[in-house]
Design a protein around this ligand. Sequence first.
Ligand SMILES: Nc1ncnc2c1ncn2[C@@H]1O[C@H](COP(=O)(O)OP(=O)(O)O)[C@@H](O)[C@H]1O
Ligand SMILES: [Mg+2]
Length: 314
Amino acid sequence: MSDPIIVANGLSRRFGDTLAVAELTLEVNRGEVFGFLGHNGAGKTTTVRLLNGVLTPSAGQARVLGLDPMADGPALRRQTGVLTESPSLDERLSARLNLSLYADLYGVPKAEVKARVDELLATFELAERADDRVGEFSKGMKQRLALARTVVHQPALLFLDEPTAALDPVAARQVHEMILHSARAGRTVFMNTHNLVEAQRLCDRVAVMEHGRLVAVGAPHDLARRLVRNLTVEFELTPDDTAAALQALHGAPGIVSANQRNGVIVVSGAEREAVPELISRLVQAGVRIYQVTPQEPTLEDVYFALHSDAEVKP
Ligand SMILES: Nc1ncnc2c1ncn2[C@@H]1O[C@H](COP(=O)(O)OP(=O)(O)O)[C@@H](O)[C@H]1O
Ligand SMILES: [Mg+2]
């Protein structure tokens, strides 16, 4: 049964001539990690600001945790944690103090602050540097601290705006683990990202936004099945046959490209129906095939299927 924690109905926001969010109708269920995907300017940040009651909609309504974000903003924000695109930490202070001050600000009972801060420092792998000035931290550590700060008041719902955008892959992976940790602790996560790998890894469902409009919503796997008609297929061959295979595939109908990668021919853009024809071309050219593996479509494929007017990059 769905149990929506966020309901948006025709939610819109205009800035001058720009319709940043256009009639967004969407439900996010309690307990899910929901990815809000789109390239720069798609309206992701604006949506989070609308849902969190820091921006007035031009039209439409939203209910978040049963509250109207505009009318009940302060009550709502006591139950949400928000990681903005560039979270500001106090770099002169220690990690511990950054968290304690936030705990005070959010009205965490005085008697509980120390234990809660200690626990967060441990969970977010900052305990060893707890008393060092944040100014000396790496980007990844700062982001982990910013994330710890968003849950200091134990919110039911987290809004994370591009949580790994500025991080290297190792730091990003640590942040992913911490997002999943929050999700396992029962929090609903609404996460903006333009990183498809991240979305695929973390999200139960995703919405794809384009120029303020919702263009697709669903589980990554379902979206891939529904929207991606062209497969990527790998052919494992005798390495000596590679050149003959590429030649045989050259100009085959319905494929976008055929490339060689470590002795494996990777054919992309093949329609399912074209695969037997490709195999038969290879066999006729005398190529010995050991294995044919169609790749599961990914969210990236979904993205490209949706943005097939090629000038748009993910
Ligand atoms: N405060 C603002 N004033 C004017 N235009 C804005 C403002 N905030 C966002 N926009 C515009 O709204 C559109 C969506 O922006 P945004 O929500 O920040 O997208 P995203 O987070 O997906 O990159 C963009 O065209 C952006 O320039
Ligand atoms: Mg943004």
